[in-house]
Design a binder for this molecule. Structure first.
Ligand code: GLV
Length: 326
């Protein structure tokens, strides 16, 4: 059917989303399990009505200019720092994302890293696999307590709140810092206490990052911030790598300014500061926050719906840049 929109998809989505997308469009997609180059994306958007892309695709002004028929850029992610939204808005191209559906799996991943870093699970796994484990020991691989400790949440949006709800089960003291303060009712419902960033860093045993990446939050956690943290503190980042100055993190871990870290995201993915992979007190995951079958399927369906809605002339539910319609 030639009246179906032409969609360019940069990498295969979960099967149910593919079926939905194929049924509603004339689909061209990258069939190889790799990221496309900029030139390949430019080629792909040339005669596309919609672009469905991933957080690993940098969608800049040049790509948007090449897509002269583009009616929508639908990102398969909640974060959209990979897209030049200002350029899309100027070109009246709506940009969409996938909020909400990945909140719980990302909050779960935050806890997986926190608990692993605190209780040295990956380190223990390496010991057992090495064949050199000599048996239980009273001083072996002692970790840090989670129950009763202080958790500092840098950012309290959807994911930060879901992390706070889980902290209740561990009877932690939860502090948060956010651009806007919650109402007193919501603070008490979530069991969280507002603090300045400086106080939060100074008082927390675990600091977990949950802000969006933008120019105001790039390197929000750097050398000065590590300086204010407890030497026993643990940093968790499941948000975006560039929010933490990765070189400063390495220096802070090396000099004992903080003691551990659990990372799901990196400043220059898939590269990382080489020292990190040599450190036993760091747990490293390959950006798995939303990586469950259920969540990725919901994200795929949402990204497909957003894309097809705009192509059908409707305003999408998950619109990032309302000014594209002004
Ligand atoms: C994952 O990192 C996302 O932004 O969806």
């Amino acid at each position: 059917m030639n009246d179906l929109p032409r969609i360019f998809l940069t990498r295969e989505l979960p099967p149910k989303s593919m079926t939905k997308l194929q049924a509603g469009s004339r689909l061209v997609f990258n069939q190889e399990d790799r990221c496309l180059t900029k030139t390949e994306i430019i080629q792909g958007v040339r005669d596309a009505d919609g672009l469905l892309c991933l957080l690993t695709d940098t969608i800049d002004d040049e790509i948007l200019a090449a897509g002269s028929n583009l009616k929508v850029v639908s990102n398969f992610a909640v974060g959209f720092n990979n897209i030049d939204v200002a350029s899309a808005t100027r070109r009246k191209i709506p940009v969409t994302n996938t909020p909400g559906v990945l909140t719980d799996s990302t909050a779960d991943m935050t806890w997986a890293l926190l608990m692993d870093a605190a209780r040295r699970v990956s380190e223990g796994d390496r010991l057992v696999r090495s064949g050199t484990w000599s048996g239980w020991g009273p001083l072996q691989l002692l970790g840090a307590d989670i129950s009763g400790a202080t958790l500092g949440l840098v950012g309290l949006g959807r994911i930060g709140k879901a992390v706070a709800r889980r902290a209740m089960g561990f009877e932690m003291n939860v502090k948060y810092w956010n651009r806007t303060r919650l109402s007193t009712e919501e603070e008490s419902r979530l069991g969280v206490e507002y603090a300045s960033l400086k106080d939060l860093l100074a008082e927390s045993d675990y600091v977990s990052v949950h802000v969006a990446l933008n120019e105001a939050t790039r390197h929000l956690i750097g050398a000065g911030e590590f300086e204010s943290m407890k030497p026993t503190a643990c940093l968790i980042n499941t948000a975006r790598g560039p929010i933490v100055d990765e070189k400063a993190l390495v220096a802070a871990l090396q000099s004992g300014k903080i003691s551990r870290a659990g990372l799901d995201v990196y400043e220059r993915e898939p590269s990382l500061e080489p020292e990190l992979s040599e450190m036993d007190n760091v747990v490293l995951a390959p950006h798995l926050g939303s990586a469950t079958i259920g969540t990725r399927t919901k994200m795929g369906n949402m990204a497909v719906e957003n894309c097809l809605m705009v192509c059908a002339g409707d305003r999408p539910v998950n619109l990032v840049n309302p000014d594209a319609y002004v």
